[in-house]
Design a protein around this ligand. Structure first.
Ligand SMILES: NC(=O)c1ccc[n+]([C@@H]2O[C@H](COP(=O)([O-])OP(=O)(O)OC[C@H]3O[C@@H](n4cnc5c(N)ncnc54)[C@H](OP(=O)(O)O)[C@@H]3O)[C@@H](O)[C@H]2O)c1
Length: 330
């Protein structure tokens, strides 16, 4: 395996951290550009960020600023690969276009100047039906990357574990598991942070993953929200209790916030977040087959070893701590 100089953006996020660890395990030289205050809620100082990945070089700068990218990030050095796990933490339209699109365009231009010939990008499987601003922003950069002439791997991941663990605390506290409808409208093949990080790092060396858009889920069967709840109750030794939330409730919230948002702009952003919630409630995180008009579990490739239910088991036994991202719906 040829070792490369890899420049990573979005390294302090959930998948970014796992990907940097995986790149380092493979022996690559890794340089990460981080914000002065990084992590959920800006909790990490540069020193904290550096402690996340012993063996990587951590530089502080602004990925949304062309001059900072060159001066503080690439520093006039040569790199082989750009790996991006960068994404808007909220998915709100303005932030999504600033980060998922524009910052990526700037990073791509700076990377080219630094001699980069290959890019590995985390995207999301939901961009298949790009109805929301953050999906459109991601798709717009995917297009730029495909047309760039550089070697690319666009990894459209399915659901992450952190997006499917938000209800453990409420269930432990004796509350019912919330599902939209009867909890079987949607399904996904969740992938663990480390399995996805490993898959992304593997894109650097595996020619079969070059110049391709790669949908990817985790191992095991497709899982519905209802099955998630059932397994949680089983692991906790409690009788299953579900509370059904009508999707129409989200439609009402979206309509009300949308109307109020015309007068109070912050509420327009909240309406978009409710639309994101509706998307998660009604669309499966699987490959979409336009010919049948259905999501196709069998057509959704799997990678890795850890299943969501393995992870639930570790959480319930206290062997792992759940991470809540800024995208959490419940
Ligand atoms: N959640 C899911 O189930 C799911 C499923 C499929 C795909 N995805 C996609 O996977 C990707 C990675 O997700 P993730 O959960 O790992 O993301 P995350 O934890 O929210 O991390 C986002 C990263 O981007 C950085 N970032 C955000 N805004 C920034 C800004 N203004 N300036 C500089 N850096 C900024 C963050 O830096 P800071 O630490 O400084 O904030 C962090 O490193 C996203 O594109 C997401 O849409 C998610």
């Amino acid at each position: 395996m040829e070792l490369r100089r890899v420049f990573v953006i979005g390294s302090t996020g959930t998948i970014g951290q796992a990907t940097v660890r995986a790149l380092l395990r493979r022996g690559h030289e890794v340089v990460c550009l981080v914000r002065p205050r990084a992590g959920v809620g800006g909790r990490l100082s540069p020193g904290d960020s550096a402690k996340l990945f012993p063996g990587a070089t951590v530089r502080v700068g602004d990925v949304g600023d062309q001059a900072s990218l060159a001066r503080d990030g690439f520093c006039g050095e040569r790199f082989d690969v750009l790996v991006s796990c960068l994404a808007s933490r909220t998915g709100a339209p303005k932030d999504a276009w600033a980060i998922d699109h524009r910052a990526h365009e700037l990073a791509l231009a700076a990377a080219r100047t630094a001699g980069v010939t290959q890019v590995v990008l985390v995207s999301a499987i939901c961009v298949q039906k790009a109805l929301l601003a953050f999906q459109q922003a991601k798709l717009a950069f995917e297009k730029t990357l495909v047309e760039s002439g550089l070697t690319y791997s666009i990894v459209r991941a399915t659901a992450f574990f952190k997006s499917l663990t938000g209800q453990i605390a409420r269930v432990k506290a004796g509350k019912p598991f919330l599902v939209f409808g009867n909890g079987t409208f949607t399904a996904c093949k969740p992938i663990s942070d480390d399995d996805l990080g490993d898959y992304l790092a593997g894109c650097v060396d595996d020619p079969l993953r070059h110049d391709r858009v790669l949908p990817i889920g985790g191992p095991g069967e497709t899982i519905t929200p209802r099955q998630q709840g059932e397994r949680l109750f089983e692991l906790l030794g409690q009788p299953p209790r579900f509370k059904q939330v009508p999707v129409a409730l989200l439609d009402t919230i979206i309509a009300v916030l949308g109307l109020l948002g015309r007068v109070v702009p912050p509420l327009a952003a909240k309406a978009e977040l409710a639309r994101i919630g509706r998307c998660y409630a009604t669309e499966s995180m699987l490959v979409w087959d336009p010919a049948t008009g259905r999501y196709d579990s069998a057509a959704t490739p799997s990678a890795g070893h850890e299943t969501l239910f393995d992870y639930y088991g570790r959480l319930v036994r206290g062997e792992a701590a759940a991470e809540r991202g800024d995208h959490a719906v419940f």
